[in-house]
Design a protein around this ligand. Structure first.
Ligand code: SF4
Length: 403
């Protein structure tokens, strides 16, 4: 049995170019979240890049070519990095677009917000992982951090800087999502980036969603466009496949059937979760507005290799993703252009023929080659089949065969 038919027949062809580069400025953070990819700590690593080295790295990004990637300054808490203001000023001088991804923090104050605005910061993303203080602070292990995050959001909105919410999705917080959507709606925040837990860093000990939950949740996210949200996902490339198939929301409506599931082709176990999420959303936000539907996010990375991003660590190591701890090289030893062009791993990850299992024979080539980070975390092989695929008939049969 399959959820969705394979349909694309294109082949990947263009040379890989990063569209987004995540720069981990520091591992230093006042939080010690249970799901932290970086295993962040209070003190910075002793060998973090200094200001001169960071400027060299940013220069190396600038040398990639005319089309400049977006830099996302992350951490740890990037605002704890000494010389943070010099770093964003230098990035701005080179006309490289950038955004910042701090946790809710006392460091989000009028002074830094004014500097971010002056230097042209594209947006600030704040993490909200639970709908109230109890659930959010259980995960983030910092008392008072829910209120602090709400206050940080208000300050960013007042400063007139674009704000988005980042949420890590795992089994334990699935039912928190309608409540988080309500917080966003109440604050007038429209952009929501959902990171699907990869078992790496401290997040190795938490339970990710399975394929049936991922499928139901992805359909809920598509349906949530009815409330005007702009949704992006990280480490769930299958969502982009659904996004392309259901770009027209009326096609989604017919696929979902009526409120009771009549006419729906969705398997029962996924339907139950989807219906619960929809009910909770209706209770929290009211009925979706007819005719209101946000267009799919433009950040889809089509034909840009395996997902269009790179990650640079606090000590200058380059990775295909912050969730895939396989180094491509060190920016202390080489420039970014060379590291990209000489990396066999990056090349391997970009070509369908190298993938194993269902991902190797999948016809879906425009939007998805599976999460390579999840394949590595769960199968110890970055080229293995993505274990939570809900798109491909082959992936589904592989799992059936395993039962
Ligand atoms: S089989 Fe792999 S490439 Fe194909 S849709 Fe599933 S995860 Fe994506």
């Amino acid at each position: 049995m399959k959820y969705i038919l394979d349909q694309s027949t294109e082949t990947m062809g263009r040379e890989w170019v990063p569209s987004i580069i995540f720069m981990e400025l520091t591992k230093s953070c006042e939080y010690s979240c249970r799901h932290c990819r970086a295993s962040a700590q209070l003190d910075p690593s002793p060998d973090e890049l200094d200001l001169k080295e960071l400027k060299n790295v940013i220069g190396s990004i600038n040398d990639l070519g005319e089309s400049k990637p977006l830099i996302v300054f992350t951490g740890g808490n990037p605002l704890r990095k000494p010389f943070f203001e010099d770093i964003i000023e230098y990035t701005s001088q080179l006309r490289i677009p950038f955004s910042v991804s701090p946790p809710g923090s006392e460091l989000i104050n009028g002074r830094i917000l004014a500097k971010l605005k002056e230097t042209g910061c594209k947006s600030i993303s704040l993490s909200i992982d639970g709908a109230d203080a109890t659930s959010h602070e259980w995960l983030r292990k910092l008392e008072g951090s829910f209120d602090l995050t709400m206050q940080s959001a208000e300050k960013i909105i007042e400063a007139g800087i674009n704000i988005q919410v980042n949420t890590t999705v795992m089994k334990s917080n699935l039912m928190e999502m309608p409540g988080i959507a309500k917080i966003m709606k109440d604050k007038g925040i429209r952009t929501w980036e959902l990171f699907f837990l990869i078992n790496t860093g401290r997040g190795a000990y938490l339970e990710p969603v399975n394929d049936k939950e991922a499928f139901a949740f992805a359909l809920w996210l598509l349906w949530l466009r009815r409330y005007g949200f702009i949704i992006r996902t990280v480490e769930l490339p299958q969502y982009r496949v659904l996004q392309s198939r259901f770009a027209d929301i009326s096609v989604l409506d017919s696929y979902l059937g009526d409120k009771d599931g009549n006419g729906s082709g969705i398997p029962d176990d996924s339907w139950d979760l989807l219906r619960t999420l929809q009910q909770k959303t209706r209770e929290a936000l009211g009925e979706p507005e007819p005719g209101k539907s946000q267009a799919p996010s433009s950040r889809m990375h089509e034909n840009r290799g395996f997902n269009g991003i790179l990650f640079i660590s606090d000590i200058g190591e380059v990775y295909p993703s912050g969730f895939l701890p396989m180094s491509l090289g060190s920016l202390r030893e080489d420039n970014l252009k060379n590291i990209i062009s000489r990396s066999k791993l990056l090349k391997d990850l970009s070509e369908r023929k190298n993938m194993k299992g269902a991902c190797g024979v999948c016809n879906e080539v425009t939007h998805c080659v599976g999460s390579r980070s999840r394949a590595f975390a769960l199968m110890n092989d970055p080229l293995a089949e993505d274990p939570i695929c809900f798109i491909s008939e082959t992936a589904f049969e592989n799992k059936e065969g395993m039962v």
